[in-house]
Design a protein around this ligand. Sequence first.
Ligand code: F6R
Length: 257
Amino acid sequence: MRTFEPRLLLCPDAASAAVEAADRVAAALREERVIGLATGATMAPLYRRLRHQLAGHPLPPRGVIGIALDEYVGLRPEHPESFRAYLDGAFVRPLGLTGEQIVVPDGMAGDRLAAARRHEAAITAAGGIELQLLGIGANGHIGFNEPGSPLDSCTRDVSLTAQTRAAQIASFGSADAVPTRAITAGIGTILGARRLLMLVTGEAKAAALSAALAGPVNPSCPASALRLHPEVTVICDPAATSQLGTYLDRKRAPETC
Ligand code: F6R
């Protein structure tokens, strides 16, 4: 198994890490067409900055296509916690895009296998993803590929772990309201993008980032699969790197922003 070392960019704080990541996304949107989108709390400042960056700078005429990584099963698109609603508010409307320029897995589909296949087909039809934006779960998940997910998995219906669901209780208001399943792009799907950009901030992600960069490459930490891709940039703040230990010492010159 050939592995690569991701480029690690250390920023002074979470806000500057989000700005740095947003600047790269803005550049990609101006030059390329298809971008893979992540959601979640870490991404919120990134989308705010992106909106600001692109204000008054129209995107290329042929337009962009945003392809979401995942969606909860059983949430209507208009549900405020659906990833469709998140991306409509954070990406589609602020950038003046149309409904045809965003693809989100259909979490309401009766046939979820067919919905997952349609999502893969949409990625293929768009010509593949140029830049895939990623966050990381405290358990090392990417998209909703929970620990144990095969490194070559494709888009599919998955069950969410108790840890992942617990992290969402505050947003949903109660434990019972948090969905138990999601449709997620697989790890193999993610690795199919031409470039990967991960944004990691906060102490709560430190153990996961350490496992991803310095632990073994295997399904126990889905984010470790990033090391199977030659074009990966990880942008993080000091809190997220606090458990990297000797990994940082071994890096000859970690880049800073
Ligand atoms: C969301 C996604 C997830 C999140 C991860 C971190 O589309 O794919 O992998 O990136 O759960 O979420 P936050 O940033 O809310 O901690």
